[in-house]
Design a protein around this ligand. Structure first.
Ligand SMILES: CC(C)(COP(=O)(O)OP(=O)(O)OC[C@H]1O[C@@H](n2cnc3c(N)ncnc32)[C@H](O)[C@@H]1OP(=O)(O)O)[C@@H](O)C(=O)NCCC(=O)NCCS
Length: 185
């Protein structure tokens, strides 16, 4: 079976309760790889995710909703820095706060592991993702022109500093509170 057939990218969310964010399990790998293929122009093979599960520096979380995994996010940790690798949510589940909950979950876990700052690259034209990261304390720190070879698009490099500090924790707490009050997934 084609890996993409594991997901229905446009199937609308029918849940009235928030998505549950949990660590990725080996049994989640095929669907996570399928979600990545549905969300990005290039994607890792499932074997790369199995390798990540055995990598103590890698952290992957999934969002479970409507009886399935509908999103995922990952980071690598090097001493006191986190580098976000991927965040993806199936189209039918976007705009309900799942991306926000996934990024907050990774930042919280990074803090628990002693991380003080986090970075990521995002496509210059990906305004939804950039706004999401900015709301959670990431700020633009530079550009890598032509970084994305498929479109020659520029990468915006973002950093979130002092993620254990009160201002950063407050941003995350307020973002989750706002989602909970909205009663979104
Ligand atoms: C970027 C991405 C992960 C965001 O996921 P998401 O689940 O839609 O994210 P959220 O729902 O938390 O936030 C997205 C928007 O929905 C809004 N939103 C969240 N919950 C909402 C709700 N209950 N009602 C209305 N709007 C809501 C947010 O305010 C935000 O709006 P904005 O873009 O106007 O600021 C998703 O669009 C995606 O997978 N894109 C393709 C892959 C990608 O680009 N990944 C990032 C690479 S760096």
């Amino acid at each position: 079976m084609s890996i993409l057939k594991l997901v229905a990218p446009d199937a609308a969310c029918v849940s009235n309760t928030p998505a549950v964010i949990e660590p990725m399990l080996a049994s989640d790998v095929p669907i996570v790889a399928a979600i990545e293929r549905a969300c990005f122009t290039s994607a890792w093979e499932p074997s790369a995710y199995y390798n990540e599960l055995g990598n103590p520096a890698a952290v992957y979380h999934v969002a479970r909703c409507c009886g399935s995994v509908v999103g995922f996010a990952g980071m690598w940790i090097a001493i006191d820095e986190a580098h976000f690798t991927l965040v993806g949510v199936l189209r039918g589940h976007r705009g309900r706060g799942i991306g926000t909950r996934l990024v907050v979950g990774l930042l919280d876990e990074a803090v628990e592991r002693g991380v003080v700052r986090a970075t990521l690259e995002v496509r210059e034209h990906n305004t939804v993702a950039r706004r999401l990261y900015e709301r959670l304390g990431f700020v633009e720190a530079g550009y890598r022109h032509g970084y994305y070879t498929d479109t020659n698009e520029t990468a915006v490099i973002m950093w979130a500093e002092d993620i254990d500090g009160v201002p950063s924790r407050t941003l995350r707490r307020d973002a989750i509170r706002a989602l909970d009050q909205r009663g979104s997934a």
